[in-house]
Ligand binder design. Structure first.
Ligand code: AMP
Length: 114
C-alpha cells in the first residue's frame, strides 16, 4: 500500500534497524522499545491486521511465526523466554494498520497481559 508506514519500511523508503528478512517477512527494531529486545515482525504482503489475516497466504503467516522464533534465538532470548503479541483494533491500541507481531524479551515480564 502506497501510504502504509510498514510498507514504506519494507520498500526502504523509511529507514529501519533490520533484524531479519526472508521472502515473506521483514523484521526490524521497534522505534519505541518496551523491553530490551523489541522487534516487529511484518509480512511483506499488506494486510491490515489479525482481523484481515485470511487475506494472507498460509505460507506467509507461518513464515511470520517462524521468524519470531528465529529472531528470539538470534537475540539470545529463546532460553529465558519471550512474548509474541499482535495488537488488533482500537481496544488493543493497534496504531499501525499493517499486520505485525511484537517480539518482546530480555527482561522478566509481569503476568499481566492487559
Ligand atoms: P501497534 O501499536 O501494535 O500497532 O505497534 C506499532 C509499533 O510500531 C509501535 O510499537 C511503534 O513504536 C512502532 N513504530 C512506529 N513507527 C516506527 C518506525 N518508523 N520504526 C520502527 N517502529 C515503529
Amino acid at each position: 500500500m502506497d501510504d502504509c508506514l510498514f510498507c514504506k519500511i519494507i520498500r526502504r523508503e523509511i529507514p529501519s534497524a533490520k533484524v531479519y528478512e526472508d521472502d515473506d517477512v521483514y523484521a526490524f527494531r521497534d522505534i519505541h522499545p518496551m523491553a530490551p529486545v523489541h522487534v516487529l515482525v511484518v509480512p511483506k504482503t499488506h494486510v491490515s491486521g489479525m482481523s484481515a489475516v485470511d487475506a494472507l497466504s498460509d505460507a506467509a503467516l507461518a513464515a511470520c511465526l517462524r521468524a519470531c522464533r528465529t529472531i528470539a534465538e538470534q537475540e539470545g532470548i529463546a532460553q529465558s523466554g519471550y512474548r509474541v503479541v499482535s495488537n488488533c483494533g482500537s481496544d488493543a491500541c493497534q496504531s499501525v494498520p499493517h499486520l505485525h507481531f511484537h517480539v518482546l524479551g530480555g527482561k522478566h515480564m509481569t503476568e499481566s497481559m492487559a
